[in-house]
Write a protein that binds this ligand. Structure first.
Ligand SMILES: [Zn+2]
Length: 247
């Protein structure tokens, strides 16, 4: 839970979530230490009526320095819902692209081995990520998180039966391309997220993001699509349950 590094207490996160009726959280862990810490929070979330789910995987930023021993993911397989976030980031290129691709392939193979959906971080590399995953067949359950790619790749993702998740970026004024993508693909294959602690939505830009602020992504999208926010929330919640095989 990266939010821990921002000194935000789980109690505050839970209080905010309850205030906004956000009752499902999916946390991503990039190493064993993060995952084990995140797992200790299950009880306090659950006792407040909030489901806390977990994903684990090697982020492309870490590809160069990460160990290729993935025992920690295998050992926690029963406690995680998905492999993620994994993929490619050719925007920041914090790790050499060759290393990113190697680790990404290992993560795809792990998702097949453990029979888990895979959550993709594909910044400025969405199409390349799609092509690599397709080398492994079309049967994988794939979610492109925090989507900022183009329309063509978005349509390919949806047509393949995969999902796209939009973050607070959707609420930014300059995000007209992503507004068009959302309007075009509709709501049957989408999720919303905060990507906290990053990317706080309007009206919190520049501040630390917290999970409950996903409310503002829903609020924005419901106005953009002219759909009642409760109907939108119900559909997206069903999409989540179906994709991750929960409930
Ligand atoms: Zn990401």
């Amino acid at each position: 839970m990266l939010i821990k590094e921002r000194d935000i207490s789980p109690d505050l996160i839970i209080t905010e979530l309850k205030e906004k009726s956000v009752l499902t959280v999916l946390n991503m862990s990039g190493n064993d230490k993060e995952l084990q810490h995140a797992l200790t929070l299950n009880e306090s979330f659950e006792s407040n009526g909030i489901k806390l789910f977990h994903a684990a995987g090697i982020h492309p930023h870490e590809a160069e320095k990460a160990s290729d021993d993935y025992t920690w993911i295998r050992n926690s397989s029963s406690k995680i819902l998905a492999i993620g976030e994994v993929g490619l980031d050719f925007h920041y290129d914090f790790s050499p692209e060759k290393d990113q691709e190697k680790v990404f392939r290992s993560m795809i193979e792990l998702s097949i081995e453990l029979e888990k959906p895979i959550i993709i971080h594909g910044r400025s590399a969405e199409k390349r990520a799609v092509d690599i995953i397709k080398e492994y067949g079309n049967d994988l359950n794939v979610l492109f998180h925090c989507y900022t790619g183009d329309m063509e790749t978005a349509l390919e993702i949806i047509e393949t039966g995969w999902l796209i998740s939009f973050s607070g970026i959707l609420t930014f004024k300059k995000s007209t391309d992503f507004h068009e993508i959302l309007k075009t693909i509709g709501i049957s294959k989408i999720l919303f997220e905060t990507d906290s602690p990053f990317l706080a939505p309007v009206p919190f830009r520049g501040k630390v993001n917290t999970p409950a602020k996903v409310f503002h992504v829903y609020d924005f999208a419901s106005k953009l699509l002219e759909i009642d926010i409760n109907d939108l929330a119900k559909t997206v919640s069903d999409n989540f349950d179906k994709f991750f095989g929960v409930k």
